[in-house]
Ligand binder design. Structure first.
Ligand SMILES: C[S@@+](CC[C@H](N)C(=O)[O-])C[C@H]1O[C@@H](n2cnc3c(N)ncnc32)[C@H](O)[C@@H]1O
Length: 367
């Protein structure tokens, strides 16, 4: 009898692994075929080739290990040019990547957004009791899984002060992913989800004014802005009580990172930056955990190749920024607190471009 049970378990496990690998290979082939088409566009040729090489390598473990040992270090040397699949104009794969990434963020282990979640919650707690609602901005907010977990935690702790979570992301279709994700919160938690498809300062400030004056019992609301962070410099200085970003920095081209810092520190007197560190162990553990999901593996490994080393972080840290690194878990947090001495002036304001605003939607989440 026990032999029969062991035999059945072995058959089930082998069949499951086989099915997973058939599905995995089919997905890899589909991605490669879309990348081959994108390669014809000169703007994305190099990035498409790099991704094709990556996806071909992850077909088999030994090819992947060879890629990690011999190719990855060379790619890192020229890391300013790396683009992940989610950075390329392939909307279907962008959406799928973010949907899978949020599943990873929801896992009980390894809790990959825990450090920034804890820090943002502690900042929110410290603002409790003031007269106005707390206004936050998440840059490169993606699926807003971070906000979902923060709201869940605040509800658990009976936090009653109104909080407005604004999120900005430049990928089109991301607001749908965020809306669907936040819809899993109980209806009693969220007042509304406002979607501002094409950012325009006046439309955004009008929505914010409405939310600030909201007198109802539900305390948390979300405003999603689909735009590039570099368009936000027209907003009033220190408009937000806290600006934060999680795993965004490595997506910003190196020559633009200084401007990113100037904009974030202009928009708030408190800024939190969270991202991963490039250390050898980060390549091993996620490779095993995400092997099953080629999209997540691509995002994780190419991100790590773009991330800073401990040495780079230490030598480039500007004044006013407190730096905390965790080499065991492979992440860092940088926190900026504005004082008169370290306030960074914005570059000369650009002339405000005339933007065409498409329809503004105001939708209630499970109202
Ligand atoms: C790795 S994802 C992180 C998502 C989310 N912050 C999280 O931790 O789950 C990076 C996100 O930044 C967005 N992004 C990259 N560059 C951006 C920019 N210049 N302006 C706005 N969003 C940007 C991408 O669209 C993507 O959703």
């Amino acid at each position: 009898m026990p032999i029969l049970v062991i035999f059945i378990i072995l058959v089930v496990v082998t069949a499951t692994i086989h099915l997973i690998s058939i599905k995995r290979n089919a997905e890899i082939n589909e991605i490669i075929s879309d990348l081959e088409k994108l390669k014809l566009n000169p703007e994305y040729k190099e990035a498409a080739e790099l991704n094709i090489e990556f996806f071909k390598a992850i077909r088999y473990p030994f090819l992947y290990i060879r890629w990690l040992i011999f190719r990855a270090p060379k790619i890192r040397k020229n890391r300013g040019k790396i683009l992940e699949l989610a950075d390329l104009p392939l909307p279907e794969w962008q959406k799928k990547t973010h949907e899978r990434f949020l599943k990873l963020e929801r896992l009980f282990f390894p809790k990959i957004i825990q450090p920034i979640k804890k820090r943002v919650i502690s900042e929110i707690m410290s603002m409790q009791g003031r007269k106005k609602p707390i206004i936050l901005l998440d840059i490169g907010c993606g699926s807003m899984e971070l906000e979902r977990q923060i709201i869940e935690e605040l509800v658990k702790q009976n936090f009653t002060h109104p909080v407005i979570f604004a999120g900005v992301d430049c990928t089109s279709g991301m607001s749908d992913v965020a809306f669907k994700n936040l819809s899993s919160l109980p209806s009693s938690s969220l007042t509304e989800f406002s979607d501002v498809p094409n950012f325009r300062k006046d439309a955004f400030l009008a929505i914010m004014k409405n939310l600030v004056s909201y007198q109802g019992t539900q305390k948390f609301s979300v405003v999603f802005l689909t735009t590039n962070i570099f368009n936000l410099e027209t907003l009033p200085e220190n408009y937000f009580d806290l600006v934060y970003h999680s795993r965004l920095k490595h997506h910003v081209m190196p020559e633009k990172r200084g401007v990113l810092e100037k904009i974030t520190t202009y928009l708030s007197s408190k800024v939190i930056e969270f991202d991963d560190l490039c250390i050898i162990p980060v390549f091993i553990f996620p490779s095993i955990i995400t092997w099953r999901w080629p999209l997540t593996l691509n995002g994780a490994i190419l991100s790590y190749l773009r991330d800073p080393s401990k040495h780079e972080l230490l030598s480039n840290n500007n004044t006013g920024w407190e730096l905390k690194m965790d080499s065991n878990l492979g992440f860092y947090l940088r926190v900026y607190s504005k004082t008169e001495r370290n306030a960074i002036p914005l570059p000369k304001q650009r002339k405000i471009k005339k933007l065409i605003v498409s329809k503004k939607q105001l939708v209630s989440v499970k109202s």
